[in-house]
Design a protein around this ligand. Structure first.
Ligand code: GDP
Ligand code: IMO
Ligand code: MG
Length: 421
């Protein structure tokens, strides 16, 4: 009947996988609308950990159809690995996984170009996950890309032409280690696996589903501050990670979108390069990283850690039209005594709550406000029994961001969360 959205309000890794898995129960379809295997969405059920990269986080709920929308870029190698990994754990997808014919394919040479272009940037590198995301979206907008639907016909000429173009481009960059022959062989094998999956025309499929009264959950990847238009450009990913991306990434009209759940950690992290006004380069940052297990789910890189940033969150709440907030990793702040938030920025001597064009250190300084902490959360059964200082922090965020908080997550397991309403 409508499309609800779950997406990240910071720089990714807000806990989207956990929240989508939790909420998926109430939906018929869970759909990814952008990004690709640069995403790593962790779900932990009864101590068993799963990390999904391309497959939507509705797969652990029976009877839910999982759609990979046209806005997603697919590396068939990663997709095949995910499907077999899930199968090994007893999760069979069969017809529960549907792939849009209009989704673009990541070729091995897209990954080669990603690595080469990052190497050329030296100290200015984006910190890409090197999954070929940027080059694949470049070919999409440059009208050179290959799509899933192309493999239903003879695609060898198209593949060869695109590969040749990539190899020419690669000569502009420093040489990088890349075993193209081996990667190509794996890729061709996985294309055969991709042929076995059920393909759809996503826009028609979703339209029909809505018409027949189905409920759809759109799952964002990355975070709003990594959005190609609204993020900390150029240190961003190559897709629209914000709510607007749902329309283009699934083929749905704006008025079908109902609730937008924005997720923020109780603090903030970023992986890769680029501005991060509240970053902590000290023991507190180290403590957040250690207690929060802040290491990338896709690349294993240590995540940069800092405090929550109100101007940044106000901005992403605004751009996404967020209707309710979920705060994750509240437990990581246990025992902090006191901690901080940036309640505004100092820009050219003025105190502001809006994001300036450039978020780097030379342009702004965050104004920090102190928040009183709490001890531990042992044995707490419901939201009202949580420490009052924790609930005060939630109320503070609701007031500052002018959006109600619907859930607070206090651990990585599926049910380690409290509903507020
Ligand atoms: P995603 O990309 O947004 O799905 O997030 P990631 O999976 O990359 O990173 C979130 C990490 O935090 C994962 O390891 C989750 O298992 C974990 N996590 C999610 N919610 C909570 C929480 O409330 N508390 C704690 N301690 N860990 C959480
Ligand atoms: P999930 O969905 C955190 C970051 C990279 C890099 C920049 C560009 O798990 O939240 P790319 O590979 O897209 O060219 O990298 O974006 N990045 C993410 N950071 N979580 C993600 O996904 C990310 N996907 C990309 O670290 O800084
Ligand atoms: Mg992640």
């Amino acid at each position: 009947m409508a499309v609800d959205v779950v997406l990240g309000l910071q720089w990714g890794d807000e806990g989207k996988g956990k929240i989508v898995d939790y909420l998926a129960d109430k939906y018929d379809i869970v759909a990814r609308f952008q990004g690709g295997p640069n995403a790593g969405h962790t779900i932990i059920i009864n101590d068993q950990k799963f990390v999904l990269h391309t497959i939507p986080s509705g797969v652990f709920r029976d009877n839910i159809t999982n759609v990979i929308g046209n806005g997603v870029v697919i590396d068939p190698i990663t997709l095949h690995k995910e499907i077999t990994g899930l199968s090994d754990l007893g999760v069979e997808l069969g017809d529960r996984l549907l792939v849009s014919r209009k989704a673009h394919l990541i070729l091995p040479t897209h990954r080669l170009l990603d690595a080469a272009s990052e190497a050329a940037k030296g100290k200015d590198k984006i910190g890409s996950t090197l999954r070929g995301i940027g080059p694949t979206y470049m070919d999409k907008t440059g009208r050179n890309g290959m799509r899933v639907g192309d493999i239903e016909t003879d695609f060898s000429e198209k593949y060869k032409a695109l590969k040749e173009k990539h190899l020419k481009l690669a000569t502009l960059y420093p040489k990088v280690d890349f075993d193209l022959a081996a990667e190509e062989a794996k890729w061709m094998d996985s294309i055969e696996e991709l042929r076995q999956l059920k393909k759809i025309d996503c826009e028609y499929y979703i339209h029909q589903a809505l018409k027949s009264g189905k409920e759809i959950l759109a799952e964002g990847a990355q975070g709003s501050m990594l959005d190609i238009d609204f993020g900390t450009y150029p240190f961003v990913t190559s897709s629209n990670t914000v709510t607007a991306g749902v329309c283009t990434g699934l083929g749905v009209a704006p008025q079908t979108i109902r609730d937008v759940t924005g997720i923020t950690k109780a603090y903030c992290t970023r992986v890769g390069s680029g501005p991060f006004p509240t970053e902590l380069d000290n023991e507190e940052g180290e403590r957040l990283r250690k207690v929060g297990g802040e290491f990338g789910a896709t690349t294993g890189r240590p995540r940069r850690c800092g405090w929550i940033d109100i101007p940044q969150l106000k901005y992403t709440v605004m751009v996404n039209g967020v209707t309710n907030l979920v705060i994750t990793k509240m437990d990581v702040l246990n025992g902090f005594g006191e901690f901080y938030v940036a309640d505004s920025y100092q820009v050219n001597g003025d105190r502001v709550k809006e994001l300036p064009f450039n978020l780097s250190d030379e342009h702004l300084r965050p104004n920090l406000a102190k928040i009183e902490g709490w001890g531990d959360l042992d044995g707490v059964q419901d939201y009202q029994s949580l420490p009052s200082t924790l609930r005060d922090y939630v109320s503070y965020l609701e007031k500052e961001l002018e959006v109600p908080v619907s859930m607070v997550s206090v651990g990585p397991e599926r049910n380690e969360l409290f509903k507020l309403s």
